[in-house]
Design a protein around this ligand. Structure first.
Ligand code: GLA
Length: 395
C-alpha cells in the first residue's frame, strides 16, 4: 500500500500540467484475484474472488462549459500514454483505444448526463493479465460519476451496472464475479459469492507460513472474447439438452454427477459441463481447506482446477500450463492454477514463505529459458473494494 502515494502524486502532477486544476473526484478501484471457481459465475455457481492491492486510479472532473460550444471531452490513459480530446462521441477512435469503449460504456449505462468530462486513468494494475483491469475501470468510473452527481446507488447496484457494460456494450457474456469483487471486497478477505442469488460471505484466505502470489505470463492470446462467449454458449446448450431429461435444471449450477451421466451430452459439452460441476464442488472444498488452514488440501484443489481448465474446459495455453506445472511440482509450492478467463494472464499460486525465494528464482529461470522473456511475479494483499479517496466539498 506504500505504493499509492507516488503513483497518485505523479497522476496529480500530470493532471495539473494538462488541466491546470485539481480533479473533482478521485477513486481507487482494485484489481480482482480469484482463489478458485473459474467459469462458474455465468453458470450461476460459486466463486471466491477478492480485491487486490494493485489498483487503478480514476480522476474525474466536469469540463467547464466554455463558449461558444462548451468544453470538450478530454480523456487520458496515463499508463498507455494515450490521450483523446473530442467534441462528439462519434469522433472517438474506439477500435484503437479499447479502454475508451469501456469509459463510454460506463457513461452510457449511468444515464445521467454530466456533459463533457475530463478523465485520467492510471495505476499499477497490469492490463490484459486476467485481473480484470477493465471491470476495475468501469466500476471505479461509475463510483466517480455517482460521487459527482450525489446519487445513492449501493455498491451492489454499481456492480450490476458495471456488468451491463460488459454484456450490453462490450459484448462479452461474462458473469458477475469481477464486478462484485471490485465493488464489494473487504480488506484481508475473499468473498464466497453465490452467483445465482448474489449473496456472499467473507472468509479469510490466509494460511500461516504461506503466501498467495500471482505469476503473470505476460501473454494474451487473440480471440479471447470469442472463445469466452463460445464457452458460455456451450454451457447454455448443455443445459438445454439436460433439460430434456431433467426439466428442473435451470443452469449447470443445478447439475450433479448423476444428472451428468444420464444427460446424453455430446463429448465436448460433457467435458465443459463436467468441469463446471466439479469446479463448483471445489469452491466449497476450498472454503473448508481455508477454514482448516490446510495448505496441502488447498494446493490439491488448485491443481485439480488447473487440470480441468486445461483439459476439460480448454481455456488454458502453453505459457499458463508451464507456470501451473511449476506451481504444482516444486518444493514448497502447494499448488497453482490459471486465473480468470484464460488464454493468457496470470497463474495464482500458494507458496510456503520459506520456499518463496527459491521458487521465484526457479520460475523466472525456467520460463525465460522456454519463452525468451521473464514472467512477472506479483505479490499482493487483499484490499477493500472501490473507494472514493478525494471528492468535491459539499456545498
Ligand atoms: C472473466 C469474466 C468473469 C469470469 C472469469 C472466468 O474474468 O469477466 O465473469 O467468468 O472470466 O471465471
Amino acid at each position: 500500500m506504500q505504493r499509492i502515494q507516488p503513483i497518485l502524486d505523479s497522476l496529480l502532477a500530470q493532471w495539473q500540467d494538462t488541466f491546470h486544476s485539481t480533479p473533482e473526484v478521485i477513486v481507487r478501484a482494485p484489481g480482482r484475484v480469484n482463489i478458485i471457481g473459474e467459469h462458474t459465475d455465468y453458470n450461476e455457481g460459486w466463486v471466491m474472488p477478492g480485491g487486490m492491492s494493485r489498483s487503478l486510479y480514476i480522476l474525474v472532473s466536469r469540463a467547464s462549459p466554455l463558449p461558444p460550444k462548451g468544453g470538450k471531452h478530454h480523456w487520458i490513459a496515463a499508463d498507455l500514454n494515450e490521450e483523446l480530446v473530442f467534441d462528439h462521441e462519434e469522433d472517438i477512435p474506439l477500435t484503437r483505444s479499447i479502454w475508451a469503449k469501456y469509459v463510454l460504456g460506463a457513461i452510457h449505462v449511468y444515464e445521467n448526463d454530466l456533459g463533457p468530462l475530463q478523465i485520467m486513468l492510471g495505476g499499477d494494475l497490469p492490463i490484459g493479465a486476467g485481473i480484470s483491469s477493465s471491470s476495475s475501470l468501469v466500476g471505479g468510473l461509475l463510483l466517480a460519476l455517482q460521487t459527482l452527481t450525489g446519487d445513492q446507488k449501493t455498491p451492489k447496484d454499481l456492480a450490476q451496472l458495471s456488468s451491463r457494460v460488459e454484456r450490453e456494450i462490450i459484448g462479452l457474456q461474462g458473469g458477475i464475479m469481477d464486478q462484485f469483487a471490485i465493488m464489494l471486497s473487504e480488506k484481508d478477505k475473499v468473498m464466497m459469492l453465490d452467483c445465482r442469488d448474489q449473496t456472499f460471505e467473507f472468509i479469510s484466505a490466509s494460511i500461516p507460513g504461506t503466501q498467495w502470489i500471482l505469476i503473470n505470463t505476460k501473454v494474451k492470446h487473440q480471440l479471447i472474447d470469442s472463445d469466452y462467449n463460445q464457452r458460455a454458449a456451450q454451457c447454455k446448450q448443455a443445459v438445454q439438452i439436460i433439460q430434456h431429461t431433467f426439466p428442473e435444471v435451470k443452469s449447470l449450477r443445478d447439475v450433479d454427477e448423476n444428472i451428468l451421466i444420464h444427460s446424453h451430452l455430446p463429448e465436448t459439452l460433457y467435458k465443459r459441463s463436467s468441469f463446471v460441476v466439479k469446479e463448483n464442488h471445489r469452491v466449497h472444498e476450498m472454503k473448508q481447506a481455508l477454514e482448516m488452514k490446510d495448505a496441502t488440501r488447498a494446493g490439491q484443489l488448485l491443481q485439480a482446477s488447473h487440470l480441468g481448465l486445461q483439459h476439460e474446459y480448454e481455456v488454458s495455453c502453453d505459457e499458463l500450463d508451464h507456470l501451473a506445472y511449476l506451481a504444482n511440482n516444486s518444493d514448497g509450492a502447494f499448488g497453482g492454477r490459471m486465473m480468470g478467463g484464460g488464454f493468457g494472464g496470470c497463474v495464482i499460486s500458494l507458496v510456503a514463505d520459506v520456499a518463496m525465494h527459491d521458487f521465484e528464482k526457479k520460475v523466472m529461470h525456467s520460463y525465460e529459458k522456454e519463452y525468451g522473456f521473464a514472467p512477472e511475479i506479483i505479490h499482493f494483499s487483499l484490499s477493500d473494494g472501490a473507494e472514493v479517496i478525494a471528492m468535491p466539498p459539499t456545498p
